[in-house]
Write a protein that binds this ligand. Structure first.
Ligand code: MUC
Ligand code: MG
Length: 373
């Protein structure tokens, strides 16, 4: 590879309205705010990456403002002048000089892989080991907060062959109300759809002990992060209830060491892969390896990134042979504004992994300008 150097790292915060309020246990979103990162090389190549959080600081310790600040003030100077052909070298510099800040690091690494792929004329999936599939199953998250509206939304998705698996966001109401909400949706959809729930850490162990069997009885296949992320012993106990798989999401924050603790504690049946929570695409690959070695099912998660971050995750997930629980890379469809020149291709219940060099996506610069805060 000819030498090229990282010349600049630029950041912008975008605000993308959602098509409806998106109600999670910790926040109700009216819009997604996401950080777009552009890395420029001395030879004129440009790569893009994205870091989104959910509900400001309510989901994770990083916010759009902290990500932008961390990159502008600390990360950019650390990678300035580093070989732009080697994402690994830049990530080594970043990991040596910046503790945590997984979302910020992840966006920079994706932009570097975008550059590396453009230079090599290869999709990022090929740089990550080679894809084993070109299309990914994608579920839809029902989170309007209203049972009838959720059923209507799911029926619409099934009729349009957009999604046939649904994740319900629960945890704000009493567990009995939540179970009634979930059971009504499952009764309406029956065997036509797989139903999962995400509690986003809202329950304590006593509540979860009652709710888990009731959800399994209602026909739920998978229960995501019922307890606070650090309570691995509690999660291991819930796995013994049976009937529905227990998935770790927030518990995976920090990447491979977190995954190793989950495996060692036998604290999940499945694990959500999110490059942002792991500190990048390669760290997330490490999480997948640890999870698979521990016998856990893999699930392609999202931090509700727009098209750039979604494409980056899609490239990684396309390389994973065992993706037992599919993916939830639906977020660009939750937003009313598009930032890509050519939107991602969703059809027949799947997302087509972009095939062009790098991430295989290009920004609609006029739209991005309009949406920049
Ligand atoms: C989460 O916790 O899984 C993923 C889908 C969604 O609606 O929110 C995210 C976060
Ligand atoms: Mg989750």
């Amino acid at each position: 590879m000819p030498a090229d150097k990282i010349a600049a790292v630029e950041t912008r915060i975008l605000r993308l309205p959602t098509i409806r309020p998106h109600a999670l246990a910790m926040a109700t979103m009216q819009a997604q705010r996401t950080v777009l990162v552009t890395v420029k090389s001395a030879e004129g190549l440009e790569g893009i990456g994205e870091a989104a959080t959910i509900g400001g600081l309510s989901y994770v310790e990083e916010s759009p403002e902290s990500i932008k600040g961390a990159i502008d003030t600390y990360c950019a100077p650390l990678v300035q002048g580093v070989d732009a052909t080697r994402p690994g070298a830049a990530m080594a510099a970043l990991n040596a000089g910046v503790v945590g800040n997984y979302f910020a690091k992840s966006a920079i690494e994706a932009a570097l892989f975008d550059i590396a792929g453009k230079r090599a004329g290869l999709p990022v999936s090929e740089l990550l080991g080679g894809r084993v599939r070109d299309r990914l199953p994608v579920l839809w998250v029902l989170a309007s907060g209203d049972t009838e509206a959720d059923i209507a939304e799911a029926e619409d998705m099934l009729a349009n062959k957009r999604h046939n698996a649904f994740k319900l966001k629960i945890g704000t109401r009493s567990w009995r109300e939540d179970v009634a909400h979930v059971a009504a949706i499952k009764a309406a959809l029956g065997a036509r759809a797989s139903l999962r729930v995400d509690v986003n850490q809202a329950w304590d162990l006593a509540t979860a002990r009652q709710a888990v069997p009731a959800l399994a009885e209602a026909g739920v296949d998978l229960i995501e992060q019922p307890l606070v992320g650090w309570d691995l012993a509690g999660a291991a106990e819930l796995r013994q209830v049976g009937g529905a798989a227990i998935m770790a999401d927030e518990a995976v924050r920090g990447g491979p060491p977190a995954a190793l603790r989950i495996v060692a504690g036998r604290a999940a049946d499945a694990l959500a892969l999110k490059p942002a929570q792991c500190g990048g695409l390669t760290a997330c690959q490490g999480v997948a390896a640890v999870a698979q070695a521990g016998g856990l099912g893999l699930y392609g998660g999202t931090m509700l990134e727009a098209g750039v971050g979604t494409a980056a995750s899609a490239h990684l997930f396309a390389t994973l042979p065992g993706l037992a629980w599919g993916t939830e890379l639906f977020a660009p469809l939750l937003m009313s504004e598009e930032i890509l020149e050519t939107p991602l291709d969703y059809r027949d219940f799947e997302l087509a992994v972009p095939t062009g060099p790098g991430l295989g996506v290009a920004l609609d610069e006029a739209a991005v300008k309009e949406l920049t805060e």
